[in-house]
Design a protein around this ligand. Structure first.
Ligand code: GSH
Length: 283
C-alpha cells in the first residue's frame, strides 16, 4: 500500500492496480468485471429467488417482498440466500449470470420461462411493483412522482454511501477535503427530503410506495442513528425534523420490521436471519 497521503500524491500517467490499496473493502475491490470462480446458485421452492445481503440496498427488496406478502400477494413468496460480499460470493459464476455488475441485490423470477433476472435494487422494486400492481400509483402523474423519487435515490445514495460513508468511516486515513465535499452533499440531500416531506406524508404524496422503500434504508438510517458511527451527530441529523417524522412512521410498519431482519447475522442479535425460505423463519 502506498504511504502517500493526499498532499504528496502525484497520479501516474496511466493508473495501475495496486492490489493492496488499503482501507475497508480493499480485498474485494477490483478494476475488472466477470466471475472469479465457478459456483452455481442454490434454487429454493418459492417463485422468487433473492440473492442478497442485509445492507441498505438489500433491505429495500426484502421490505418490498414482506409488504407484498402482508397485503396478500402469495406470488411474492421468496427464498432469500445470503451473499457474503466480504468473501467474494458476488464474483461466483452463477451470481454473475444474474447480475453482471457483481453487486447485491439480485433476483431471479422463476415463474417466467425462461426465468427473468433482475438486478439493480431500483429495477427490482419497479419490477415487483409492476408484477403485482402494488406500491406504485396507478395514474400516470402519481406514478411519475413515485419514479422521480426512486431514481433520485438511485442517483443520490452513492454520494452518501460511496462518498460520505466511505471517507467518514472506511478510508484508511481522514481527508478533510473529501469529508467536507461529501458531508455537504449529504446534508443538501437531507434538506431536499426534509423540505419535500414538510408538505407530504410520503415521498410520492399520501401513499407509501417503492420510493419510500428505496430512500428509507439510506437516509432514514442516518436520522435514526443506524448508519456510520456518529454520523447522525456529525451531520446534525435531528435537525431534519420532517425526515425524522417520516423515518419513524415507516420503521413501525410490521413488514419493514420483518424485511430488515433478512440476510443479516450477528452473534449479539438473534432476531436477524441469514436466510429466509418460509414465513415461519421470521417468527
Ligand atoms: N446500484 C446498485 C448498488 C448495489 C451495491 O452497491 N451493492 C453493494 C452492497 S450495498 C455490493 O454488492 N458490493 C459488493 C462489491 O462492491 O463488490 C443497487 O442499488 O442495486
Amino acid at each position: 500500500m502506498s504511504e502517500n497521503h493526499p498532499a504528496g500524491y502525484e497520479p501516474l500517467e496511466v493508473w495501475t492496480w495496486e492490489e493492496k490499496s488499503g482501507g475497508a473493502f480493499a480485498n474485494i475491490n477490483r478494476p475488472i468485471a466477470g466471475p472469479t470462480h465457478d459456483k452455481e446458485l442454490p434454487v429454493g421452492k418459492n417463485p422468487l429467488q433473492l440473492h442478497s445481503l442485509g445492507t441498505p440496498n438489500g433491505i429495500k427488496v426484502t421490505v418490498m417482498l414482506e409488504e407484498l406478502l402482508a397485503v396478500g400477494h402469495s406470488g411474492a413468496e421468496y427464498d432469500a440466500w445470503y451473499i457474503d460480499i466480504g468473501e467474494g460470493d458476488q464474483f461466483g459464476s452463477g451470481f454473475v449470470r444474474i447480475n453482471p455488475n457483481s453487486k447485491i441485490p439480485a433476483l431471479l423470477d422463476t415463474t417466467t420461462e425462461p426465468g427473468t433476472r433482475v438486478f439493480e435494487s431500483g429495477s427490482i422494486l419497479l419490477y415487483l411493483a409492476e408484477k403485482f400492481g402494488a406500491f406504485i400509483p396507478a395514474n400516470h402523474t402519481g406514478r411519475t412522482e413515485c419514479l422521480n423519487w426512486l431514481f433520485w435515490q438511485m442517483g443520490s445514495a452513492p454520494y452518501l454511501g460511496g462518498g460520505f460513508g466511505h471517507f467518514f468511516a472506511y478510508a484508511p486515513f481522514k481527508i478533510q477535503y473529501a469529508i467536507d465535499r461529501f458531508a455537504m452533499e449529504t446534508k443538501r440531500q437531507l434538506d431536499v427530503l426534509d423540505q419535500h416531506l414538510a408538505d407530504n406524508r410520503f415521498l410520492a404524496g399520501t401513499d407509501y410506495t417503492i420510493a419510500d422503500m428505496a430512500v428509507w434504508p439510506w437516509y432514514g438510517a442516518i436520522t435514526a442513528g443506524n448508519s456510520y458511527a456518529n454520523a447522525e451527530t456529525f451531520l446534525d441529523a435531528a435537525s431534519y425534523t420532517n425526515v425524522v417524522r417520516w423515518e419513524c412512521e415507516i420503521a413501525e410498519r410490521p413488514a419493514v420490521q420483518r424485511g430488515r431482519r433478512v440476510n443479516r447475522s450477528s452473534d449479539s442479535d438473534p432476531s436477524l436471519i441469514r436466510e429466509r425460505h418460509d414465513a415461519s423463519d421470521l417468527g
